[in-house]
Design a protein around this ligand. Structure first.
Ligand SMILES: Cc1cc2nc3c(=O)[nH]c(=O)nc-3n(C[C@H](O)[C@H](O)[C@H](O)COP(=O)(O)O)c2cc1C
Length: 350
């Protein structure tokens, strides 16, 4: 049904217009507690066999929505009600900013991919904090992904991240330092250990000072050289971070400028995950994102060492029930393998 709606209607409209319409519809759903609760009961993962605990946080299922969809933390509860096990909101910057000029979001339908150069369009940390403080009527694990405000120079990047962390870490189930988006000039330079060390150290201090000691993760690009992936992993262990999210979008592609996501990213994302697992074992939580399309992909990432898995692009093509469908299939797979919990599968092929 969704496939028909997508091919006959949605794909004829500008991708970003459809995106905003979807966010508005979900924000409306977020204001309808009864419907939201009914959907949550029907679609969210409830099987104890799918539960995952990572860095002290309980997730109802391993598959979450990657950053970039709910940039302003407007509809996380509604997204959870559709079956996602967590929602990573953002990227949020200390100061609100409009992002890059439109058009900046492009579908590559045949490749099951998307190119975006949104440029962290968001209303800023203060507005997000207000939204995240509202009471909730369905349970949702919310990760908060923070990035650098575009106009802030590289030398002041750490202070800019710290300003966001101060407002958002107390409201987040986990915080992510995003240094890997390709659409903010110079941002990915911050992945160099010499710049990343002071930045992560400063943000970690803020996270450690919150009442719940907010877990801190770093999100990396698939375009890092293998040695740089190792260097970030070593740094994350040295600084006692809680985990690594791998990966963001890739700039290795032709066509429109921006980051490519979806199916073409699958192989490299899995490769980076395997490399990280070989390096860190189970000392850090690994969150795998990039080209995850179905239950087979989620299972493969878990076997390769991911504790949590995220998707975004495949949701665009798979429709609103995408995550609920995958969790249902994972539930059957856990039983078929005679496991009591999906967590028993983590790292089995690593
Ligand atoms: C339209 C779009 C916007 C994105 N915006 C962000 C962002 O703001 N911050 C971020 O860390 N990742 C962002 N991402 C990257 C995703 O979180 C994810 O890492 C990447 O798309 C790979 O997953 P996928 O292949 O399942 O889409 C964005 C992706 C897309 C498609």
């Amino acid at each position: 049904m969704y496939r028909l709606v997508f091919s006959q209607v949605l794909r004829r409209f500008d991708a970003e217009a459809v995106h905003h319409l979807t966010v508005s519809a979900l924000a409306l759903l977020a204001r309808l507690p009864l419907l939201k609760r009914l959907l949550h009961r029907a679609l969210a993962p409830h099987d104890p066999a799918l539960r995952v605990t990572a860095f002290g946080v309980h997730f109802p299922g391993p598959l979450g929505l990657a950053a970039g969809f709910d940039k302003d933390a407007a509809c996380a509860e509604a997204i959870a009600a559709l079956g996602f096990g967590h929602v990573e909101v953002g990227t949020i910057t200390a100061h609100g900013q409009p992002g890059n000029p439109r058009p900046r979001l492009f579908r590559l339908v045949r490749e099951r991919a998307v190119i975006n150069r949104m440029g962290f369009n968001n209303a800023g940390a203060h507005a997000a904090a207000r939204r995240l403080s509202r009471p909730r009527s369905v349970p949702v694990v919310v990760g908060v992904n923070i990035g650098k405000t575009k106009v802030v120079p590289e030398a002041e990047a750490a202070a800019d991240y710290v300003a966001s962390a101060r407002k958002l870490a107390p409201l987040a189930d986990y915080l992510v330092v995003n240094v890997s988006s390709p659409n903010t000039p110079g941002l990915r330079n911050l992945q160099a250990v010499s710049l990343l060390r002071p930045l992560l150290t400063a943000v970690k201090e803020v996270c450690d000072a919150t009442p719940r000691r907010t877990p801190l993760l770093v999100k990396i690009a698939p375009d890092l050289a293998d040695e740089d992936v190792d260097a970030v992993a070593e740094l994350a262990m040295e600084l006692r971070l809680d985990g690594i999210i791998a990966t963001n979008t890739t700039i290795r592609h032709e066509g429109e400028t921006g980051g490519l996501s979806g199916r073409p990213l699958k192989a490299r994302s899995l490769e980076v995950l395997r490399r990280l697992r070989a390096k860190v074992g189970d000392r850090l939580v690994l969150v795998s994102a990039g080209g995850v399309e179905d239950a087979d992909d989620v299972w493969e990432r878990i076997l390769a060492g991911a504790t949590l898995v995220q998707g975004y692009t495949a949701w665009i093509y798979g429709g609103p029930l995408w995550a609920a469908r995958i969790h249902r299939r994972l539930q059957r797979r856990v039983r078929r393998h005679g496991l009591k919990s999906i967590t028993e599968a983590i790292g089995r092929t690593a």
